[in-house]
Design a protein around this ligand. Structure first.
Ligand SMILES: [Zn+2]
Length: 118
């Protein structure tokens, strides 16, 4: 059994399975996990973009720049490739992107959310 299933079971046995933020009761399918906490749909909506969303945005930005033959300072992105840590099979739970430049240089950019919306 996963840690999340254990948390869910423990909560159900101890007074209900509720949103960790607002305390609303959770039904199957109307919640998601934020770290090791279960959050209801409306709290998730208010939370805004997370590390995964920023990761997707960075990949899209770099790929779009690549198509435009963009050079920023000394960095020429026209022949570069970009992948998420997950796509690059990095053994980490961090979110981020791997940028490979045509010259062979490779950069790992880790995304760490340092502040929430509330
Ligand atoms: Zn909630």
């Amino acid at each position: 059994m996963s840690t999340r299933e254990q948390i869910k079971q423990w909560m159900q046995e101890n007074g209900g399975f509720v949103c960790a933020r607002c305390g609303a009761g959770l039904e199957d399918g109307d919640y998601d996990w934020v770290d090791q906490e279960a959050w209801c749909r409306s709290c998730l909506d208010e939370r805004g973009p997370d590390e995964e969303a920023v990761e997707g945005m960075l990949v899209e930005l770099i790929r779009t720049a690549e198509c435009e033959d963009a050079t920023y300072g000394d960095v020429d992105l026209s022949g570069a490739s970009v992948n998420t840590f997950e796509q690059a099979c990095l053994l980490t739970r961090d979110r981020g992107v791997v940028l490979r430049l045509p010259g062979g240089q490779e950069f790992q950019i880790t995304i760490v959310q340092s502040k929430g919306a509330f």
